[in-house]
Design a binder for this molecule. Structure first.
Ligand code: AMP
Ligand code: MG
Length: 488
């Protein structure tokens, strides 16, 4: 146990309780469920350092006690946040059913961040759920969110995973765990949906003002709320373009899983494409393919339309005008997404300048990749490292000729083009079968060696180490499509 407050002081928490200044309808103040025993599984020292937190004087046992909720951070005011959301298109009241905002912390570069515990026990928003989480899925979030951050994709981060030594009942009994999640905030589209539906106009306005101050303080449009809508649309256009460029499938893009900050949030049934098949769905419960890879931009636009609807009462007194403003703003999402996507694709192909036929060149490549069932990530790596490997497949011939001509016409050298490609095309992504193997070893055999090794590799995705290139292959043995599960 920690002996005195001095130890806490050495960590350097700069606590804040800004969320609790919002209308009370938006949260419930409460403490995490008491666990009696906890032990540290992983801790993100590099992230702690970035956040200005120094744990060098804190033992692993005490870290586990802090990040399981056993030991209270002095002067913190934990709370569960209320929110709603369209889940697979249906509106539902939700909220932190198994999470708590443990504290807000001001980093040395004056960024306010949320420290959230996930799996810390039931809350008033648990809706009959046990409020708990199992080790495997929490390690999964840790691994994938760290990989995303290294891939330069905006995301929530993971600070720690702690075992609670409680059993969690799912289909079988599993080891209980708590993940510490770091986010710019946990305000979601669903938080706005909740604010207007439950709290009304004043609550909505307070939330919108708070969000602007916290995330988009530079907004200087006369209509601040339209400014907020535009910023969120821009942030999502950039984010979803990054997902598509990397072959990331979120899997459960409900409006409660879309962060207003533009961070990727909630790593449930997510996974990365192996074969380039746009209709790919990994989630075991996504029967209609609503959240398939190809649908992600359109779903984001749909979610943003729901966000815009919540803002209507404050966009303009004239509701007809408010609707026009909202609609015009939401309509800019897909063109912005497309611009970002094309910009990113040019880089993936080693192209520096813009030419009018680029879109066709990209579409043709993707269509061949789909036809020949090419591995998504490997294709771009090979375009950088091994162009000859495409010559043996006649399906690529005509395209390859156009592509090589296009690349040779730019003023940059071939070597510069390859360098550009290696900066954006990862030499390793968290391949589904590797992730599964690592999690299985960790959760069933208490052996973290594979997990830590994979974590190390996906944290340097542009290192182009031989081992990464070797491991970055789909599971060639498996004949079954990959499936992921939520809420576990
Ligand atoms: P998710 O699919 O993780 O986005 O969760 C959707 C909603 O279900 C959120 O309100 C979660 O807090 C809640 N939830 C998920 N798992 C549990 C659980 N085991 N106990 C209580 N609530 C949960
Ligand atoms: Mg969620």
């Amino acid at each position: 146990m920690l002996k005195s407050n001095t130890d806490f002081e050495s960590i350097g928490f700069q606590l804040n309780s800004s969320y609790s200044s919002l209308p009370k309808k938006l949260y419930t103040l409460m403490q995490p469920e008491k666990v009696t025993k906890s032990s540290l599984v992983v801790f993100n020292d590099a992230l702690a350092m970035q956040l200005g937190l120094n744990f060098s004087k804190i033992s692993d046992q005490d870290k586990a006690a802090i990040f399981s909720g056993m030991l209270r951070i002095p002067s913190s005011n934990p709370l569960a946040q209320a929110y709603a959301g369209h889940q697979f298109g249906r509106f539902t009241y939700l909220g932190d059913g198994r999470a708590l905002l443990l504290a807000e912390h001001m980093t040395p570069d004056h960024k306010l961040i949320d420290i959230q515990l996930k799996g810390s026990g039931p809350t008033p928003y648990s809706r009959g759920g046990d409020g708990l989480a199992a080790l495997g899925p929490m390690l999964r979030e840790y691994l994938i969110s760290e990989a995303m951050a290294a891939l330069n994709i905006l995301t929530t981060r993971s600070l720690a995973v702690v075992l609670t030594h409680q059993k969690v009942k799912r289909q079988v009994e599993l080891d209980g765990a708590v993940l510490t999640r770091i986010a710019q905030s946990h305000i979601r589209v669903g938080t706005f949906q909740y604010a207007i539906a439950e709290g009304g106009l004043e609550t909505l306005k307070a939330l919108a003002d708070y969000t602007i101050q916290r995330h988009y303080p530079h907004i200087n449009e006369e209509n601040r709320y339209l400014g907020l809508l535009n910023e969120v649309i821009k942030a999502q256009a950039e984010l979803i373009a990054q997902w598509q460029l990397t072959g990331f499938v979120h899997g459960v893009m409900n409006t409660d899983n879309m962060a207003i900050s533009g961070e990727t949030i909630d790593y449930g049934p997510c996974a990365f494409l192996d074969v380039y098949e746009p209709k790919t769905v990994f989630s075991s419960i996504d029967y209609s393919g609503r959240y398939a890879y190809v649908n992600q931009p359109a779903i984001a636009a749909w979610n943003l339309a729901r966000f815009a609807e919540t803002l209507l009462p404050i966009l303009n007194k004239d509701q007809f005008l408010a609707q026009t403003l909202a609609q015009n703003a939401v309509e800019t999402f897909l063109p912005q997404f497309k611009d970002e996507f094309l910009k990113g694709m040019r880089k993936k192909l080693g192209l520096f300048n813009i030419e009018s036929n680029d879109e066709t060149l990209i579409e043709e490549l993707l269509s061949i990749m789909q036809k020949v069932k090419a591995d998504y990530n490997k294709t771009f790596v090979n375009l950088a490292l091994d162009l000859d490997s495409f010559r043996i497949n006649p399906t690529y011939n005509a395209w390859l000729e156009k592509y090589e001509l296009r690349r040779s016409k730019q003023k940059e050298t071939f070597a510069e083009s390859v360098e550009l490609m290696k900066r954006v095309n990862p030499s390793i992504i968290p391949r589904n079968h590797l992730v599964e193997q690592a999690l299985l070893q960790a959760s069933e055999h208490q052996d973290l060696s594979l997990f830590e090794h994979l974590l190390d590799l996906v944290r340097q995705p542009f290192a182009y180490m031989d081992e990464q290139l070797y491991l970055d292959q789909p599971d060639l043995q498996s004949s079954k499509p990959y499936r992921t599960y939520c809420g576990t």
